[in-house]
Design a protein around this ligand. Structure first.
Ligand code: ATP
Ligand code: MG
Length: 434
């Protein structure tokens, strides 16, 4: 099958390594044909710390997906995240080349090249250059200047950079497996492809991908990516806190966290005719978690789930969101994201996380689940797979135009008149939102 007929995503996370293979169907779009997620080894805070272990992890994950899809892969889009990620906005200016002053795709390419000409230390490299919008002479906020007339073309681009050594390590792992990297994609940006609506991006929104080792964030203002960053704290820290606080192993703590989180949606209700005391008794009993099976210790005392939530999990979740708050405040974008925050990644499934996020950030918050994608759905239709599905979506948008992930124009949809109406409606919405 030709490279352009299928796409592969490899998300090498701290907790799990996921490989997705999807075919590109003319009517349907992406159709997932192979899925394999296995526990990661050799990763710490989203970065490789043991090449051999990561090689065998990725190899096992790729093998599983290939077996399911019945097809061998040659190349893949690969996630990148971790504390080495950083972002900045840069401006470029060029003179329109054609004598009739009509702007061509070549002018657009030149102005983006001008914007990406930033001084960068030798150990860093550019992962993404994403143009925000364009200015033609004095007219600002232009999304697609091709065909317009002007003398001077300006563009502001959002640039995401990372450590070269980190990227080379990932590349080496894939090369050793005979896989070419189609493109590295920042995990926050990948997640944004599948969970954010155009309206949210226009209004102003932040996506927060809470993985095991890191929390990645991307902020969209006026429809454009404006700020990307990474915080070296993730859901694994909640597990570690439970292990310490309850004096159990990391594996047992993880199991306790998952059980509490999976049950957190169920609300115990009084049964008809049940006395208040009986209901209280039943509630108390249901709050106790028997950990003898989890720990393998027949003498282990049961634990109070609500105490674990209140004394251990909530303070750590609060800390994660206070760090997010700090970052957003530093960048002065808190007032520019009335659509609030959309939380993804496995960590998004932690008990009470969304309500804590709303309280800490004083913003609307929701969990981001992947938008519909055909193929094997039920296994991957949850926040833990948003990054890998996002890598496929990113690939689908990028590959037809060019095989490089570095250069990506924002998508332009709708006729100009529709865009104008939409913009006016959004402005109106913005003016009435707090
Ligand atoms: N149902 C669930 N309830 C609570 N927490 C969960 C659930 N499922 C996964 N998690 C947590 O999510 C984390 C893993 O998330 P994810 O798979 O997004 O991480 P990752 O991509 O491997 O890591 P990173 O992006 O930090 O490198 C783990 O800490 C895990 O405990
Ligand atoms: Mg991740």
């Amino acid at each position: 099958m030709s490279k352009h007929h299928y796409l592969t995503a490899i998300d090498i996370g701290t907790d799990k390594c996921t490989t997705l293979i999807a075919t590109r169907e003319p009517e349907v779009g992406l159709k997932v044909t192979g899925v394999s997620a296995i526990s990661s080894k050799g990763m710490r805070k989203s970065q490789i710390v043991d090449l051999e272990q990561v090689l065998s992890t990725v190899s096992e994950s790729v093998d599983g997906a290939e077996r399911m899809a019945g097809q061998e892969i040659e190349s893949a889009y690969v996630s990148v995240s971790g504390a080495h990620i950083s972002s900045l906005n840069s401006k470029g200016v060029v003179a329109v080349a054609a004598p009739n002053q009509e702007i061509t795709p070549e002018d657009v390419h030149r102005v983006i090249e001008a914007a990406r000409a930033i001084s960068l230390s030798s150990e860093r490299e550019i992962i993404h250059v994403i143009p925000k919008d364009f200015k033609v002479d004095s007219q600002e906020g232009i999304k697609d200047p091709v065909g317009m007339t002007g003398v001077r073309l300006e563009s502001e681009a959002h640039i995401i950079t990372g450590m070269s050594t980190t990227l080379r390590n990932s590349e080496k792992v894939l090369r050793d497996l005979g896989i070419t990297v189609d493109g590295f994609v920042f995990s926050g940006l990948a997640a944004a492809q599948v969970v954010l609506s155009e309206t949210e991006k226009e209004l102003g929104v932040a996506i927060i991908d809470i993985g095991a080792g890191t929390t990645s964030l991307c902020v969209y203002i006026d429809g454009s990516l404006t700020y990307s960053d990474s915080i070296p704290v993730g859901a694994r820290h909640i597990t570690q806190d439970i292990a310490l606080g309850c004096r159990v192993s990391i594996d047992a703590a993880e199991e306790i966290k998952l059980q509490i989180s999976n049950e957190s949606e169920t609300v115990l209700k009084p049964i008809a005719g049940e006395s208040k005391q009986d209901f209280q008794k039943r509630r108390k009993a249901s709050d106790m978690l028997d950990i003898t099976g989890i720990t393998g210790d027949p003498h282990a005392e049961p634990l109070s789930k609500s105490s674990i939530v209140d004394a251990i999990m909530t303070p750590r979740i609060k800390e994660i969101f206070s760090l997010v708050h700090e970052k957003l405040e530093q960048k002065n974008v808190l007032a520019d994201i009335p659509a609030g925050i959309v939380i993804t990644g496995g960590g998004a499934r932690t008990a009470h996380l969304v309500s804590i996020a709303k309280r800490e950030l004083k913003l609307p918050a929701r969990i981001g689940t992947p938008k519909e994608i055909s193929g094997i759905l039920s296994d991957i239709n949850n926040p833990s797979y948003v990054t890998s599905i996002g890598l496929l979506e990113y690939g689908a948008q990028t590959l037809p135009a060019a095989s490089s992930s570095e250069f990506s124009l924002p998508s332009f949809s709708g006729t100009p008149s529709f865009e104008t109406i939409k913009k006016k409606l959004l402005q109106l919405l913005k003016s009435i939102l707090p």
